[in-house]
Design a protein around this ligand. Sequence first.
Ligand code: PEP
Length: 250
Amino acid sequence: MRRKMVVGNWKMHGSIKENKALLDEVTAGVRELHNADFVVCAPYPYIAQMQSLLQGTNVAWGAQNLCSTKDGAMTGAVAPCMLADFGCTHVIVGHSERRNLFHETDDTAAARFTVAQEVGLPPIFCMGESREERDSDWTEYIVGRQLDSIIRRFGPQVLAHAVLAYEPLWAVGTGPDATPEEAQDVHQFLRQRIARCDADIAAKVRILYGGSVTPANASQLFAMPDIDGGLVGRASLTAKDFVPICQAAN
Ligand code: PEP
């Protein structure tokens, strides 16, 4: 049985004051929830604050991106071991906003995926199709290609220490959300594709759904057999939304 997981992606939101208030409420709200894993991914400058506020709680913290190089002359970049130094347990890789706004490709995402694993930081690897791609029936081709960009390079075994996230671009940020059935179809497709290479890893790897998850749709989404939790953007910015989503996963 796969343990459910909820990951909050704060994107470029927050301040020292707001983060403290939010995390106080979130940690109080999930304190008694022991049947799922909770992670919050903050902007880089706040990772030290997360470490000091979340240590000893059942909420872990992570980052939203990382450099694919371990160290060196890379002005403005953050190395994987720096994230590990500050206690990050996960890092998001290949988010659609990174792919679209910052020109990340399958190749650069794969490079980040591998350096994250090298420092023991499980990547949360994002895949998803655009509205146009879905309307043209290309969903399986697109997410299959994105998944293969990892499996072909590193073999299916690398997924044993990773988390996957299906995030249809048309559902990220502004909604509408995918229906539980639409999401389940893609999650099942991804799991079956992994199973062709390694059935054991396919059965174990967690595949999160992301795209306008809210307290209103979380329970139905998480009840689907291949949906193992959520990657949550907007609704992770308030405890009144994030805590009920964590409860639904629990
Ligand atoms: C995300 O940022 O990964 C995301 C899914 O955002 P939202 O929940 O706001 O759609």
